[in-house]
Design a protein around this ligand. Structure first.
Ligand SMILES: CC(C)(COP(=O)(O)OP(=O)(O)OC[C@H]1O[C@@H](n2cnc3c(N)ncnc32)[C@H](O)[C@@H]1OP(=O)(O)O)[C@@H](O)C(=O)NCCC(=O)NCCS
Length: 203
């Protein structure tokens, strides 16, 4: 399984998943799927390019109540295992682990219904964490709903520690949420080995 950068050649599988009823945003449901399909129909290349936005150049982000909020730097990768399995996304504020109130966590993911319960999300999060460490963050926050048992297991299997129960902002329906922290020290990419210096030859 790999985390694949969005590309035009793999886009038809993603569009197919959207048509089959998968939504990339479970808080916005079907509306998010319809919106993505419409964007793909209008400008496929633009849609693919918009998924990687490290400078937060894109338009404001849509929230579940229909309001919008400023975008953070971030990117989405497609979870690929011979076929499209879902996505995992990462967004962050450079230089801090803090997030604005409208961004519930650093990482979001969704697996297409027909690939669930195979360990896909657990492995995808494991693959994502070293790349979060590469951005210089000591830890990330991941939030989920108390009733989302599968997502809680995904986070816990990746070292997530429950730090608080909280109430989501009004734009998210003031629903209860769980905030986990995942320390990235053990996920830091291994340093590149230095080339061994040849011992000086004896004269
Ligand atoms: C949450 C989600 C990403 C999990 O994806 P997945 O690939 O099926 O997860 P995994 O196969 O890695 O399973 C993780 C764990 O959850 C368990 N699990 C999976 N589905 C479950 C379910 N419906 N009920 C209870 N447990 C479940 C698995 O048994 C596994 O437990 P284990 O580690 O103890 O064996 C997927 O259900 C999904 O896309 N849901 C909709 C979007 C969403 O909720 N995203 C998370 C937002 S925070």
């Amino acid at each position: 399984m790999e985390l694949s950068w969005p590309s035009l050649d793999r886009l038809p599988d993603v569009a197919d998943a959207l048509r089959r009823g998968w939504t990339p945003d479970h808080t916005r449901g079907e509306a998010a799927a319809r919106e993505a399909l419409a964007r793909i129909g209008r400008d496929a290349a633009g849609y693919v390019a918009s998924l990687v936005d490290r400078e937060a150049k894109g338009p404001p982000v849509g929230l579940p109540d229909g309001t919008t909020a400023p975008r953070l730097p971030g990117y989405v990768r497609w979870i690929w295992d011979g076929a499209f399995c879902g996505f995992i996304g990462f967004r962050w504020q450079p230089g801090t682990t803090e997030l604005p109130p409208h961004v519930l966590g650093h990482i979001g993911y969704s697996v297409v219904p027909w690939q669930r319960c195979r360990g896909v999300a657990t492995r995808a999060l494991r693959l994502q964490l070293p790349d979060c460490a590469r951005e210089g963050l000591p830890h990330v926050f991941v939030t989920t709903d108390p009733g989302n048992v599968a997502s809680r297991r995904v986070i816990e299997r990746n070292g997530g520690v429950l730090v608080e129960r909280f109430v989501k902002p009004v734009a998210f329906g003031s629903a209860p949420g769980l905030r986990y922290r995942i320390d990235l020290a053990e996920h830091s990419p291994a340093p590149t080995p230095r080339t061994a210096t040849k011992p000086a030859r004896a004269a």
